[in-house]
Ligand binder design. Sequence first.
Ligand code: FAD
Length: 288
Amino acid sequence: MLNENNYRRHSFSFEVFPPKQSTSFERIKEVTDSLLDLKPDFVSVTYGAGGTAKDNRTVEVCKLIADNGKSKPVAHLTCVGSQKEEIDEILHSLNKIGVNDILALRGDKNPNVTKKGDFEHASDLIYYIKSKMGDKFNVLAACYPAGHNESPSQKQDIINLKKKVDSGVSGLITQMFFDNEEFYRFRDLADIAGIEVPIQAGIMPITNTRQIERIISLSGASMPKELTKLIAKYGQNDNAMFDAGTSFAVEQIVELLSSDISGIHLYTMNNPAVAVRIFNCVKGLLTY
Ligand code: FAD
């Protein structure tokens, strides 16, 4: 379907996470409304790994986004420890509310949970969705510029990524990275491996130091010295770190857009102020 963003050469999208069961829905509605006013190409909604459809509010948040009408939701779906029946239940709920786009993931393995599921890798989930539902769902998947942390080598990770793409993926979104060179090296390797689907660059603005340790250990991304320097100087002051972190992300995005990337996926951490500032700085570049 054509929308007014189709003139863009590069897509721009956001990630949000759903509130906990006990938390009110008002805040996430404010967050998604602010993001949707920017008319992103899509807003993706994370899904708790190892949970059930009932624990997860992903479908509810996707419905909020779909009902708003200014953009479309992409539902994350993890499969680690899941049975086919649980996946069927979620696919059915998504289909019922008209959500057609899924980011299919394995999810992180939890060493304390031994529940055996029907799916070993994200590629099994993708193959399952595609063979069961045909073209009802457009499926995206994750990729890792620094290599996935369980992979013995980046080469092996790219070989596995190629299998994943071949199981029915139309586009990839990267894990966050802070050094564009790391992304370009990965993109070249993916190209050599014959991976031809668009790759969206995942950008995480660092706006408070409480995020940093967790982010680095989760993503395995390398930290350029320019960013380390900003954190050392401004990290103790939230206002200063907000300015420094958003400026760093803007520079990173401007440079990526000038290097012909498919699009930017911004990890918003449910903070629309960060997304609005960054989007306003780069929106004029999305058509070039
Ligand atoms: P896979 O593609 O299955 O890869 C996992 C590992 O297995 C890799 O090392 C890979 O090389 C290897 N592998 C893959 N296929 C094969 C194969 N056929 N044979 C042998 N080895 C193989 N987590 C959540 O819980 N919820 C979310 O909403 C969420 N959203 C995310 C969004 C993005 C954009 C990204 C980048 C990550 C997200 N994650 C999320 C984290 C993700 O679940 C973890 O990184 C997880 O450890 C791997 O998921 P995957 O889908 O990449 O797995």
